[in-house]
Design a protein. Structure first.
Length: 213
């Protein structure tokens, strides 16, 4: 068993949108959208100081980043928050900074396209968290499984595409990028985030990743 302490977005509509993005990008994604703050621990512990800091932290998302190496393919949104930095404790990654993961998986070409898409969208937004929540990982399962909450109704709130959770595994990389772009643009329309409202960026991002013009 491993226990992590994470911060969930307290705006349910914003979190549902990013849950959908993360699940479309990686249909086997397990966790709801979060920022990992502390862990892993072998069991649950009380962390009152960190809880107080995270609960009152001012958080802004601005910029996209990536961890690309021989062993890792991760795309994330950059988190700016002095409070979260103070509460951070990740002994396995001592140089880590707070971030909101969009994709973590084996598909490097898709990840590069996703990075280019979000670099072009340039999303900026602020949010608060629900404080610190313990996530218990046991045999690959967690106590905050996003797939138990996500459904076709939530997906249709952010995209006009006919999607269901089971159908996500059948999407091509380009279809995934298109759906993710639609969700991001819908968030801009709703005023949940600020960003560049430009349609068709997913096509440019895909061409960039494949070396096209």
């Amino acid at each position: 068993m491993r226990v992590f302490y994470v911060a969930f977005l307290d705006d349910s509509e914003l979190r549902h949108a990013f849950d959908a993005i993360r699940l479309i990008a990686s249909p086997r994604e397990k966790l709801k959208t979060h920022i990992t703050i502390r862990g892993p621990y072998p069991q649950r512990y009380r962390v009152p100081r960190a809880e107080a800091v995270v609960g009152s932290a001012k958080i802004m998302i601005q910029g996209v980043g990536c961890f690309f190496s021989a062993r890792q393919t991760t795309v994330f949104l950059e988190v700016q928050s002095e409070g979260l930095i103070r509460a951070l404790y990740k002994p396995d990654y001592p140089k880590s900074v707070p971030h909101l993961t969009l994709y973590d998986g084996p598909n490097r070409r898709f990840a590069e396209s996703l990075y280019e898409l979000f670099r072009s969208l340039n999303l900026v937004f602020k949010f608060k968290t629900e404080g610190l929540s313990p996530v218990v990982l046991t045999a690959g399962q967690s106590n905050f499984d996003v797939r138990l909450e996500m459904n076709g109704f939530i997906l249709r709130q952010f995209t006009d595409l006919d999607l269901s959770v089971p159908s996500l595994v059948t999407l091509s990389d380009l279809e995934r990028l298109q759906a993710i772009e639609e969700i991001a643009l819908r968030m801009i329309e709703k005023g949940l985030v600020h960003g560049n409202y430009v349609k068709g960026v997913h096509l440019v991002a895909a061409r960039h990743a494949t070396g096209g013009e």
